[in-house]
Write a protein that binds this ligand. Sequence first.
Ligand SMILES: Cc1cc2nc3c(=O)[nH]c(=O)nc-3n(C[C@H](O)[C@@H](O)[C@H](O)COP(=O)(O)OP(=O)(O)OC[C@H]3O[C@@H](n4cnc5c(N)ncnc54)[C@H](O)[C@@H]3O)c2cc1C
Length: 503
Amino acid sequence: MTADHWNEPSGAPETVTRDVLIVGGGPAGLSAAERLAAAGLTVTLVDEQPELGGQYYRRPAPAVAERWGDHRPEGGALVERVRAAGAECRTRHTVWGVDDDGRTLLAVDGEGRPVRLRGRYLIIATGAYERVLPFPGWQLPGVATPGFAQHLAASEHTPIGERVLVAGSGPFLLPVACSLVDLGVTVVGVAEAGTPYRPRPAALGALRHPARLRELAGYVTRLARARVPIWQGHSVVRAEGTDRVSSVTVAAVGDPAAARTFLVDALCVGYGFRPQTDLARMLGCDVRTDAVTGDATPVTDPRGRTSRPGVYVIGEAAGIGGAPTARARGLLAAFDILIREGRPPARRDLLRAGAALRGLARFTELTGRLFPSPARLTSSLVPPLPGDTMICRCEAVTAREIRAVAGEAEVPAPVDVNAVKARTRAGMGPCQGRECGVAVAALVRSVAGRTTDANVFPARTPIRPIPLRALLATETTPETTPKTTPGASPDALGPATPQEERP
Ligand SMILES: Cc1cc2nc3c(=O)[nH]c(=O)nc-3n(C[C@H](O)[C@@H](O)[C@H](O)COP(=O)(O)OP(=O)(O)OC[C@H]3O[C@@H](n4cnc5c(N)ncnc54)[C@H](O)[C@@H]3O)c2cc1C
């Protein structure tokens, strides 16, 4: 919550009731909205950003679009189709919690006014977070994530620095390095913690995806032309600088002695993405821990159905797979709702969408085999971190402090990560542990004899900072006229999981 908003007007409270309520206007949410609105259902799509598009279809700033063009015009076209189909699009609307009834979403608009959102169906399409792992010096200005560098490049045509090192793991690192090269940046190297590009039998599966192979060859060729080395099996050991990062040391994973230091003015480090599941967890949808990634992932079927009837989780919020997978998941969820509403799509469309999702899933599986498992990377990179490494950047909590609390005899095993949070303040800052939660859990597990039953901190209200007045006004919000289709079938949302059982 933000105290500086205390005196701002919260305005007239409002309750929005629709056939379908979609949170997240990225490829997944937009694809679902287009089909559902075109079929005549009342649809409201909310997104906290000023423009729809999500991460992949992020709209360039108008001045950038005018001068440099739109890097993904198909995204703009999709947004136009969603609006033309009649979906109500509410940007600058941040969903921050779930009401006690377990089904009404609590949001705040761009002016700080509270808005309550209800749908006979709820679709959660909130996307992903970047996976970050701490290292000494990661709190320095100039250290960012590859996704942030890509945003600056795509929407602002602005390089994150002049001499940049890109590091971490995952297929996203190479396109980010290419975007930087295209902006004239000196990319000193790409440090990939795994060895995905080394020839081996598992890589033969890539031959079944020629378009992806061509894309990869394109990145590698562009980087080779710009003389950007790709160091496989290497990760960042530390970043140094006074008022901002000025050098970064990279070493072979597991062999810090063989280290090299590079002068930089920016460093981008990320280990791929992980699903953003706070809302799904607060709605009481079942989640499971993914064995490969270690992430809490909502249990969904290919149509996006969750354990709660009428609640769907789609796109990267349901599992990482890239923008085409996010779109396919959005489409399948829309088709499922249309079938339930007695407005089935053409059988041909249904079969095509199912086949597309299966094909994309095969590529995602292959990627998972070629790149190191995020769970393994976390447990190899985090435990050896020096004691003075800042783990929670918001609250300045070090690895030493977390180990000390986790190791105390009176803290019972399995260690509750919330107990560590309460004692150290790790995870209590504005990001609510989204950045450090994975590392805190890994550190707890690294303390002799300690285990933890959670891989991240549980989702807590509010999931985003909100004005205090919006919180107070939520108590008194009157019901306003619902807008659902005439003769609509009864509420698809099943009974809410009791509040006390919701995480
Ligand atoms: C920082 C970042 C940068 C990325 N850049 C790229 C890229 O350049 N190229 C690429 O191929 N992939 C990129 N990805 C991966 C990306 O997630 C795509 O695969 C794709 O955009 C996923 O689509 P989606 O619809 O599932 O989610 P997204 O596109 O992420 O859309 C989710 C939307 O939900 C909104 N949202 C989330 N929580 C709330 C809330 N509480 N209230 C209201 N709105 C909310 C967000 O504002 C966002 O617009 C990036 C991911 C991240 C996290």
